[in-house]
Design a protein around this ligand. Sequence first.
Ligand code: MG
Ligand code: ZN
Length: 173
Amino acid sequence: MTRAIFLDRDGVLNRTIFRDGKPRAPYKLEDFFLFDGVSEAIELFRTNHFTLIVVTNQPDVARGWVSKEAVDAVNNRLRELIHVDDVKICFHDSKENCLCRKPKPGMLLEAASERGIDLAASFMIGDRHSDIEAGISAGCKTVLIGEGDHSSNVIPDFQFSSLLEAARVIINN
Ligand SMILES: [Mg+2]
Ligand SMILES: [Zn+2]
């Protein structure tokens, strides 16, 4: 079966932008920057036969703060810069109570059924505790990048300061 790396986007692959004191998704291509080592990490995962699925909450479209076209443009740039197998996006806000918005595991479960992914042999990597909660709910191993936001009290299996550091450990496990 296929092993996957589920990747949160903002704060894991690319820098966030501070708006009103909170880390937010970049809206414009000129604000979109991958972190150092991300391309190398992606290549390490690929050469070790992991399927790579980005799973990202983008509620700012529903909030009227950014257009869907702008979000699509940023994701297209992401896919030009790194080779991932799919980008799954939840465009809903929390009040819509969808099944895809992390901490729910909907995007991970959908990708797993589409691609025959062995969730127990896969990893969810994120920078917020809601990412870790989604990974645990899907039955994956979980990796927190940075300190997290303590939006829930779940505990990740691993914690690293960068995606490259995480990749080096995961491929040797
Ligand atoms: Mg994030
Ligand atoms: Zn959703």
